[in-house]
Design a binder for this molecule. Sequence first.
Ligand code: ZN
Length: 187
Amino acid sequence: MPFDVNLFIRALAFAAERHRLQRRKDAQQSPYLNHLIDVARLLCEVGGIHDPVTLAAGLLHDILEDTQTSPDEIRSQFGNEVLAVIEEVSDDKTLPKAERKQLQILHAPGLSQRAKLVKLADKISNVYDVAHLPPHSWPVERRQGYLDWAQAVAEGLRGTNGPLEACFDKTIQIARARISIDSPGVI
Ligand code: ZN
């Protein structure tokens, strides 16, 4: 499918509007939108993905979990294909957090190709942030725990996209080194 700049810009504008009051948990409280743009950038620049549905889903991947947006709105604005990918990568928020995290590991291998790509880019972006722009309230153990979990999810995404997988491996390697520097006493 050729790159559809209209769909991409509409998704970007929609994400900017719906996430406008949200911030990341880092010390500088970066705009949440930065994370969404980073996911789209990784898909395009690292993964070589120009499929408009995947890129739009990358920008909108947290919209059902983290905003009041309904699936019907996504369907009417962006179509069934984009909605399907977003639903695949969205947790069931009625479940306890520990169970949701476990389900991400279990479900990763069975996701569609598009959902696997978005999930992989999302994990790269989050692992980078946990290492370099960590939530200020997170102790080192929690950051390491996040990396362990992200790695378990990413293992289920092997065979999806070589460059993105290599980027994940490199990012988590650097992240582990960075976190151990932040806490020299912890092995
Ligand atoms: Zn995300």
